[in-house]
Design a protein around this ligand. Sequence first.
Ligand code: BES
Ligand code: MN
Ligand code: ZN
Length: 495
Amino acid sequence: MQFVSTKGQIDKLSTPCLILPVFSKGKQTEVTDTFDQAHGKQISAVLKQGDATGKAGNTLLLQMPAGSKTKRVLLVGIGEQGKTTDVDFNKASSASINALKSLPIKSICSALLTVEVVDKNDDWKVRQLVLKSREALYQYTETLTTSAPDAYVLETCQLLVTSDSSAASIDKAATIASSIANGVDSAKKLANLPGNICTPTYLADTAQALGKEHKSLKVTVLDEAKMEKLGMGSLLSVSRGSREPAKLITMEHKGGPASQKPIVIVGKGLTFDAGGISIKPSAAMDEMKYDMCGGASVFGVMQMCAELNLAINVVGVVPSSENLPDGDANKPGDIVTSMAGLTIEILNTDAEGRLILCDALTYCAKFEPDVVIDIATLTGACVVALGKHATGLLGNNDELANELLGAGIKAGDKAWQLPLWDEYRPQLKSNFADLANIGGPAGGTITAACFLSRFTEDYKWAHLDIAGTAWKSGADKGATGRPVHMLSQFILDRC
Ligand code: BES
Ligand code: MN
Ligand code: ZN
């Protein structure tokens, strides 16, 4: 869907459907009032009757009289006048699209931007309106045949701009938001694919295709032989238990000067995690197809950088493997040697994410990074600690951590920091190797990050544990595309 600004007069608009905000209390917006005056006070009458409550997200569709240039009006509640919050605005944005999905409407005109939102500017409103609309429009179709839903036909959304806002800046914000939404959609699409389709090789092919599509992207894929040469004994030990060969995918966006040190983002690309010999219980094991969501978010962010041709250097790295039980799989007690030279005692083969990430993190040093951020569905403990709303954030540099926390708040894709103190380190002690791959039941998210921190000492690093935020379970099971928005904001803030 295309989002474009329009400065047309509200009472003379020609559109199949006008989205008009209504407050639950207080004086209505000027556009709603003007439209009302021009249309025989129909809106006032409807509001008086109590059919539209103005509660954020409440909707009511009105048909306009035959011959009217505006064919329909969708009244959308946006909370109390003067008190519209970010949450209210987001609800209204989603609801506007959801209410129209089943109608044969190809284009709409939204007046939601005319509403003042507490502490938020035009850029923010455009960003959320676009992202929430695109979220409402997202459809998984890849493996559906007879049960595939009818395709939505919404093609254009005009954004009504009042005289004091600049149409050019609204259009710019919409372009940026659309590219972030494209990144979110790509991440969701990859993540929702089943493990038998989305294998490490599939991800590698997807990266190559993305590289062909965008001039700024240079894509390289290392196969197992090349990883062996680099000494990635930890990563390769995980893929040994699988028939699908591991891949190490690198996507380099060169938009900044050659001398500029890149932001490196590393995403866990475990395309299916059965746990290995320390096998997982069967209940909900299907959801472990989502163990590549960190990798999927790297694809989404790289696509966003390339589409917008951002003037900055960003490198995306995705170590990808399966984790399955097999005669050749890791066994509890096995000891492997990482690329960094540290030996690791594998006490639980289900703590495989850190085993593939540690070698990828060592590999990253070759890009002489400014900062490295890894993104991983790393620990069930993170879901216990933070639930499904906040991404876990840990790292070795507070300035970087604060930058990410800030980007998350701006984007509405939030993280919460956990401590990474030295006190936790003894939990990873092994009698037979330099470190063990698990730290016991206490503080599982922290000891996982503690493990990774042993491989990131040479650069500024942050770790995002997205185990709780990357997908939803239950009736609306599906990927969320998080944290593409947070990372996009982080990168845009640095451009
Ligand atoms: N991919 C899982 C983490 C996970 C579990 C994410 C459930 C989302 C939901 C990871 O590889 C894993 O299995 N971690 C273990 C670590 C443990 C063995 C120390 C876990 O969290 O149970
Ligand atoms: Mn696991
Ligand atoms: Zn895993």
